[in-house]
Design a protein around this ligand. Structure first.
Ligand code: FAD
Ligand code: NAP
Length: 304
């Protein structure tokens, strides 16, 4: 029986583990993949205090390595379901069941798909959701990036080191990305913009993407843009299926908590990107994790 079982070892989960273990709780940190979460898909992080510039995988390892020293059990498993039986909660993975007095859900968010023809067909054959993973395969090619948020614009800039050109296709005429990131994109001669356009279809030959069909959101006019790859960054969906039955999410699946990271179920906390919140960042994930680690301790003390 764990005092606290944390699901997901992104920045939120790793910080919660650090705080809970330092409070002398018996902590399990359960992850389905490699530690770091979305940070593993980020080349350069420039807004994590204390580092001018650090790569996502390096920051992931810096957060992960000290945990063992504090006695955190690093566990592997894909969580399917969480059962809340009051004082004893169960976490069910594909292979085993864990028991814990408290659970901290830190499962983050997944990239969203466009849902247009050709997207699934050309996945990994020109369609990608990860510039850091796939960018180097697209040397000297014309690329399309879809979206207008921080991810789309930052990753478009990243891709210019490989690509001949990058066109950012955005459904409005104004970016959502932070101003400093926008300014860098506007100043980059390899980047151009297709404003007020949506991608209607991704087309290609037997092997690879060859073009996208664009629709003008104001006139409805269709056009075709030749490209060798399409990088899709149109936002995130919460990873919260495992608590779908527990009544702790909003309609879109984001988990609702108070400012102490507590859900409506005593002893069940949620942190990081999976929460309904305004600013999804590494810093805010880390802040949530610190609060939840401490609150898990408080809850166990109060339960006696
Ligand atoms: P995640 O990082 O999403 O981690 C969740 C973890 O839970 C994952 O490891 C996942 O494998 C695990 N998990 C999920 N489901 C299960 C399951 N069923 N069973 C077991 N484990 C599970 N933020 C910044 O501050 N600066 C940046 O420069 C920056 N750049 C970004 C670039 C990109 C391309 C993206 C997509 C995001 C970027 N962000 C950046 C946002 C930042 O990465 C996230 O806000 C942060 O990683 C959220 O942390 P988290 O721990 O809540 O979730
Ligand atoms: P996001 O901020 O939700 O932006 C999604 C973008 O995709 C928006 O521009 C949106 O358009 C567009 N979009 C959504 N659905 C679409 C569709 N069906 N077709 C076409 N376009 C669509 O998502 P994100 O950029 O992935 O960022 C996620 C979180 O991570 C944010 O909190 C972000 O701040 C954070 N992040 C931070 C950094 C950093 O700090 N450096 C870097 C990356 C990500 P509209 O603008 O019209 O809504």
């Amino acid at each position: 029986m764990y005092d606290t079982l944390i699901i997901g070892s992104g920045p939120a989960g790793m910080t919660a583990a650090l705080y809970a273990a330092r409070a002398n709780l018996k902590v399990g940190l359960l992850e389905r993949g490699v530690p770091g979460g979305q940070m593993n898909n980020t080349a350069d992080i420039e807004n994590y205090p204390g580092f001018d510039l650090i790569s996502g995988p390096e920051l992931s390892m810096k957060m992960y390595e000290p945990l063992e020293k504090f006695g955190v059990d690093n566990l592997y498993g894909f969580v399917q379901k969480i059962e809340d039986n009051g004082r004893v909660k169960r976490v069910i993975t594909e292979e085993e069941t864990f028991e814990a007095k408290t659970i901290i859900l830190a499962t983050g968010a997944n990239h969203r798909h466009l849902g247009v023809p050709g997207e699934a067909e050309y996945n990994s054959r020109g369609v990608s959701y990860c510039a850091v993973c796939d960018g180097a395969f697209f040397r000297d090619q014309d690329l399309v990036v879809v979206g207008g948020g921080d991810s789309a614009v930052e990753e478009a800039i990243y891709l210019t080191q490989f690509a001949k050109s990058v066109t950012i296709v955005h459904r409005r005429d104004e970016l959502r990305a932070q101003r400093i990131i926008q300014d860098r994109a506007f100043a980059n001669s390899k980047i151009s913009f297709a404003w007020n356009k949506t991608v209607e279809e991704i087309k290609g030959g037997d092997r690879q993407v060859e073009s996208v069909v664009l629709k003008d959101t104001q006139t409805g006019e269709l056009s075709e843009l030749a490209c060798g790859g399409v990088f899709i960054y149109v936002g995130l969906d919460p990873v919260s299926e495992m608590v779908a039955d527990l009544g702790v999410t909003d309609e879109a699946g984001w988990v609702l908590t108070d400012d102490q990271m507590a859900t409506s179920r005593p002893g069940l906390f949620a942190i990081g990107d999976v929460r309904q919140k305004h600013l999804r960042q590494i810093t805010t994930a880390v802040g949530d994790g610190a609060i939840a680690g401490q609150q898990a301790y408080q809850y166990i003390v109060e339960q006696g």
